[in-house]
Design a protein around this ligand. Structure first.
Ligand SMILES: Nc1ncnc2c1ncn2[C@@H]1O[C@H](COP(=O)(O)OP(=O)(O)OP(=O)(O)O)[C@@H](O)[C@H]1O
Ligand SMILES: [Mg+2]
Length: 381
């Protein structure tokens, strides 16, 4: 059953077109995670669904009802913000029951709803405290509790964990996922955190400049990005992009190369007319590159280690690949990021050879960055 439906949503702030034709259908109980660069319109979209912003055109349906022109309180949604926005003079219980009190619900109903939410969130022993007597994680739970007590049809979360430290974030992430499983509610969740997006989402929506770039399960998007933007946005450290030219095409196989890159062959999704010499972008994720000390033999790319980051379980290396043309890399032009899943014995200024995993290469068109390479398999979970 469709719980939330967005049809051709447009939002203008004066001349600025913040949302452009957003279409999205969310099934009952789905956990949708929305990601995208700062300013792409994530908060605007959530606020539009909540009714805190008026959309310029389009329709918003919640469980089949058109709520596009309804007041926020009548839409059946609850929104949790990054800043918890708790009332400092009210106790935890009063904060959590606030929405129901405003709706003039009977006292017994409010108390029952608060008690139930507190139990789910494990803050029953905090109900008489005031917000300033709570830790950041507890405050965030109160803010979520305030949403739960209203039994909304759809929960909206705008970066709810970004004020918390790393350990608390991880804990709250797991708690939110169990909360979702327990309530079976539809949730739309905005985050900048890759791990949250990959682990919590039933589907991820990638937004860019007010447009949806792609919607799909986390692994679908990671393995089969529709375009260079999605490929570069999901994954940290991000995918390496190299400017290459076509050497030869044989059926669905295309061989590309570049100065500083020995020719590699990539399978295309479909046979395409790619003239010899045509410019394309080759993509390879840092974890799909292996590294050996350079003996002059083998390897697709030769370079010099510039920086090593030891993370314990893995090593991130930034390699200066000379005149190889890299595009928009994290560490500047001419640099390749490599991620090795062991404590790698390489040091700065060491000459190394890089091997690219031939099965894990992506090719993108130079116009618009459409993915041209064949889809990768996804292991069913
Ligand atoms: N009230 C407003 N008036 C004019 N422009 C606005 C208004 N609110 C947002 N915008 C613009 O709309 C665009 C989208 O803003 P929005 O807050 O939705 O971005 P976001 O994706 O949530 O970014 P972030 O990740 O930084 O929170 C931005 O360019 C912003 O400057
Ligand atoms: Mg925002």
């Amino acid at each position: 059953m469709t719980s939330l439906e967005l049809r051709e949503i447009n939002k203008n702030y004066g001349a600025y077109h913040a949302l452009r034709g957003i279409d999205l259908s969310v099934a009952q109980g789905e956990f949708i995670v929305m990601v995208g660069p700062s300013g792409c319109g994530k908060s605007t979209l959530l606020k539009s669904i909540a009714g805190l912003e008026q959309i310029s055109s389009g329709q918003i349906l919640i469980n089949g009802r058109d709520v596009s022109r309804q007041e926020p309180g009548d839409r059946g949604i609850a929104m949790v913000f990054q800043s918890y926005a708790l009332y400092p003079h009210m106790t935890v219980a009063e904060n959590m029951g606030f929405g129901l009190r405003m709706a003039k619900r009977p006292k017994a109903e409010i108390e029952a709803a608060v008690a139930r939410a507190a139990k789910i969130l494990r803050i029953t022993d905090q109900l008489d405290k005031r917000p300033k007597q709570l830790s950041g994680g507890q405050r965030q739970r109160v803010a979520i509790g305030r949403a739960i007590t209203r039994s909304p049809e759809v929960f909206l979360f705008d970066e709810p964990l970004s004020n918390l430290d790393a350990a608390l974030r991880t804990q709250m992430r797991v708690e939110l996922s169990s909360l979702h499983a327990e309530l079976g509610a539809t949730m739309v969740y905005v985050t900048h955190d890759q791990v949250e997006a990959m682990t919590m989402a039933s589907r991820i929506v990638v937004l860019n400049q007010g447009v949806i770039e792609q919607v799909g399960s986390p692994l679908e998007l990671y393995r089969n990005p529709d375009n260079l933007f999605v490929a570069g946005f999901l994954g940290a450290p991000r995918m390496n992009f190299l400017g290459v030219t076509v050497d030869a095409v044989s059926g669905r196989n295309v061989t590309v190369s570049a100065p500083g890159l020995v020719p590699v062959t990539v399978e295309l999704a479909e046979a395409a007319a790619l003239p010899k010499g045509a410019g394309l972008t080759l993509g390879v994720r840092p974890e799909n590159i292996s590294m050996v000390a350079d003996g002059g033999e083998g390897g697709a790319i030769h370079g010099q280690v510039r920086l090593v980051e030891h993370l314990g379980r893995e090593t991130i290396l930034y390699v200066d690949a000379g005149n190889l043309r890299t595009i928009a890399s994290e560490s500047g032009t001419g640099n390749i990021t490599v991620q090795l899943s062991y404590v790698a014995p390489f040091g700065p200024e060491q000459n190394v050879a890089l091997k690219l995993d031939a099965r894990e290469l992506y090719l993108f068109s130079s116009d618009g960055g459409r993915t041209l390479s064949a889809r990768k398999t996804i292991l069913d979970r």
